[in-house]
Design a protein around this ligand. Structure first.
Ligand SMILES: Cc1cc2nc3c(=O)[nH]c(=O)nc-3n(C[C@H](O)[C@H](O)[C@H](O)COP(=O)(O)OP(=O)(O)OC[C@H]3O[C@@H](n4cnc5c(N)ncnc54)[C@H](O)[C@@H]3O)c2cc1C
Length: 455
């Protein structure tokens, strides 16, 4: 039986970050994964989708080049070549990660693990015992009752591996994954319709962002049906036939089911070992401890935001907690969120509605329009930076829409997490001409000294 300070089940963002930090702190680590090190994010999530979105941006640049006085012709998408580029990116990162894990003396065990006692995971008949065990088995793409995945009906897992551009797609779900795929396929030339049961696209975002994205998608010719529920779908040689509850019928070549991700926490012995779960999620306290002593859980199997950088931070937190460093608790509300469709949506902290719910009338809001931002004009993008402030207090939310605006989330999250006042940020200098200036301008305005805007 192999022993270590830490046995980690799952080598995705949460699990491998925990392994790297724990070994840095001098702990011995066994990291177990049944698939490739790096998990969903590296192989089926963040990285491959963002590579496709970059290829989509290149396609759009070619199509729109005339507006910039550049003569280019868009001849189409060579999907196998796009996939080759994407696989190259993933492959280099995968190799780097494998090297990193090896160099930190983490023992990587390949195989399907099962929790057979609170301190032991069994893999292929071998037992691995840890002073602490970290559950990091991630999530899976959900479907709806009666909607079977297969053939023309697919989740992001299959959609990522298509070697052709579909002529038409219905995307079920207007959340992050749905709008990102809709954006890629539209840029690649497909006819796209998004169906969302809630009243808005990216419904978890500030309503101003949702509405701006809807305007932009409309302009791009991406169709969407909002506030209407899916009823049923059938498929045959001709395509998929989708019915909505309001009687609408849609035909397309493919149906992408992007209705959210569920916890991958069943059938691995967690319940048998007494780990408290609710609707499949592993319950943790704010220090990421399950109810079973010595057993922690990180990342997508815990209720909350499903983001790779949340997983990284969870993993680092647990390693430091076990090493006795008493790390600061991670609050979901201040974790930055970026949706990488065109245009991008980026946010951190409270939406205006949430702030009003918490602080009543004591909320000030300012929206800086990218129309006044030189770099955004150069890029020919529209959008805004919206600040939500507790009146005479700190900025508690930043919400942005625009091409490439995701890159501004770095400063936004510092501002919100350091509880900066508009006056603090107004004294800092933002380089010209960058989209980052919009962040500075918005704070200048909220501090009562607007430069290129009206207060
Ligand atoms: C299409 C898509 C796009 C995304 N884009 C972004 C993005 O742009 N930015 C972002 O922040 N997040 C994004 N995400 C979310 C991100 O991928 C997840 O939040 C992140 O991967 C969660 O990390 P994790 O460690 O909790 O789980 P995972 O990465 O899912 O890792 C879990 C690991 O556990 C292993 N495992 C499971 N069961 C067992 C078992 N019994 N034995 C051994 N191993 C097991 C799995 O093989 C897997 O490697 C995206 C997700 C998808 C699907």
């Amino acid at each position: 039986m192999a022993q270590a300070d830490l046995v980690i089940l799952g080598g995705g963002s949460g699990g491998y970050a925990c392994a790297l930090r724990a070994s840095e702190l001098g702990l011995t680590v066994i990291l177990i994964d049944k698939d490739k090190l790096g998990g969903t994010c590296l192989h089926r999530g963040c990285i491959p989708t963002k590579a496709l979105l970059h290829a989509a941006e290149v396609a759009d640049s070619a199509k729109e080049s005339d507006a910039f006085g550049v003569r280019a012709t868009f001849e189409g998408i060579d999907m196998p070549k796009v996939n080759e580029y994407r696989d190259g990116v993933v492959g280099r990162l995968y190799k780097g990660l494998q090297g990193l894990v090896k160099s930190r003396n983490v023992t990587f065990v390949e195989g399907e693990g099962r929790l057979v006692s609170p301190d032991t995971v069994e893999v292929n008949g071998e037992r691995y015992t840890g002073k602490n065990v970290v559950l990091a088995t991630g999530s899976y793409a959900k479907s709806l009752p009666g909607l079977d995945i297969g053939g023309r009906i697919m989740t992001s897992d299959q959609a990522l591996n298509l070697d052709y551009v579909p002529k038409s797609v219905v995307v079920l779900g207007g959340g992050v994954i749905g709008v990102e795929f809709a954006s890629v396929w539209k840029s690649f030339g497909a006819d796209v319709t998004v169906v969302e049961a809630l009243p808005h696209l990216v419904p978890n975002e500030d309503e101003a962002c949702s509405k701006a994205l809807e305007r932009a998608f409309r302009k791009r010719g991406i169709n969407f049906s909002l506030g209407v529920r899916f009823a049923s779908a059938t498929q045959d040689d001709a395509g998929v036939h989708v019915s909505l509850e309001d009687g609408t019928q849609m035909d397309a070549e493919l149906l992408l089911v992007a209705v959210g991700r569920g916890p991958n926490a069943g059938g691995m012995g967690f319940e048998e070992q007494g780990v408290a779960m609710e609707r499949g999620w592993v319950l943790v306290d704010e220090r990421l401890r399950t109810n079973v002593s010595g057993v922690f859980a990180v990342g997508d199997i815990t209720p909350g935001l499903q983001l790779a950088h949340r997983g990284f931070q969870h993993g680092i937190f647990v390693a430091e907690e076990i090493a006795g460093l008493n790390p600061a608790v991670i609050a979901d509300v201040n974790i930055p969120r970026v949706t990488y469709c065109e245009p991008e949506v980026a946010s951190v902290g409270l939406t205006e509605a949430q702030a009003r719910e918490q602080h009543g009338g004591n909320v000030a809001v300012y929206e800086y329009n990218l129309g006044g931002n030189g770099k955004s004009q150069i890029l020919a993008t529209t959008g805004f930076v919206k600040l939500v402030q507790v009146t005479d207090g700190p900025v508690v939310g930043i919400h942005m829409v625009g091409s490439r605006i995701g890159e501004q989330i770095g400063e936004a999250q510092l501002i919100v997490n350091w509880e900066a006042y508009p006056e603090d940020v107004a004294t800092l200098i933002h380089a010209h001409p960058t989209q980052n200036e919009a962040m500075g301008e918005a704070h200048l305005a909220l501090a009562g000294k607007p430069l290129h805007s009206h207060a």
